[in-house]
Design a protein around this ligand. Sequence first.
Ligand SMILES: [Zn+2]
Length: 407
Amino acid sequence: MLLIKNIGTLATARGAKPLAGRMQNDGVEMIRDAAVLVNGDRIAAVFGAGEPLPDAERVFDAEGKLVTAGLTDAHTHLVFGGWRQHEVHLKLRGAGYLEILQAGGGILNTLVATRSASEDELYDRASAFLDEMLMHGITTVEIKSGYGLDAENELKQLRVIKRLINNGYDVVPTFMGAHAVPPEFAGDADAYVEYLCNTVLPIVAESGLAKYCDAFCETGVFTVEQSRRVLETAKRLGLPSKIHADEIDAIGGSVLAGELNAVSSEHLIAIDSRGVEALAKGGVIACLLPATSFYLNKGYAPARDMIEAGVPVAICTDFNPGSCPSLNLQFCMNLGYLKYRMMPGEILSAVTLNAACAIGLGETHGTVEAGKSADLVVWNAPDIDYLVYRMGSNLVSHIIRKGEVIL
Ligand SMILES: [Zn+2]
């Protein structure tokens, strides 16, 4: 048993379902002078002020600091080869997406680097990224494939994710073959979609290496009909849907997310009222990626409109080598505060319970309650207002992952 005592404030949501509307903020409880008892890798009990504390073999003194559940990053692309630092100055000089692509850059650059990397190389890089994330308070991570874009290399990415899971990382795998059209199918997205549905998806489903299927529904990538074809096929094979939608244009991706009762829809910078309504009706969680907006110098998703409409909002990094080379979810929380104008409580649910629900882990993760996974962060902060107000620093004091004190 491990007793974490002398917690100044324990800030946590409750339950296993995503928080929406007013509850996204009001559902976060502040328990003063708290303590948490951990048994193995599970939380055994939570104590409030004045409650008698049990004896435990190990005691950790939180010294009056803020404690929350470990953060969940529900949207990353962190298994990839190479980097794309040389594209940034081209972009800053005004080069468009196509110009960068023609200069050998963009997603095809990452595709080539990922295909030529060995499974061991990809594993070593990915595990280093996850270690860095852990040091920033992120204990659970979703990872998408989508830089292989053929059966062999998509499975290679998914096997790397499986190895991460086998080695103790708390990771959820998503298949994203519909991330871009690979060079072999250039100019014929329909043929690539058929290849995905007839060849790749059945193998992926059979392998058991993916929990979800994601598709990039966007002008110049996949149309609504192509995305629907991929996601419906995946659904029939047992893989629920996620959708990258309305990042640049509201072509109907978020409406499709609602129709398919997708577990989540991502980006949503350009979402319109029809899309917001569809997400609310379909029970879809909005995974918002403010650091990508920041990095691309684009607008920010209308988070307040979604919250007011009853859509549960999660905030994630979108860590990838092109549009968001940052894995610091704390920075995304700062942006959520300043750019989305979300309340501190809304932000905390967005990176804990709602994010956990967006990857199907609401029953076991995302709150500090008896029975849940003992993933906690002790912060160098007195309260959650301070957590979202300080910017650019890593405010983690200690991490408790599966009951083990790290750092
Ligand atoms: Zn993404």
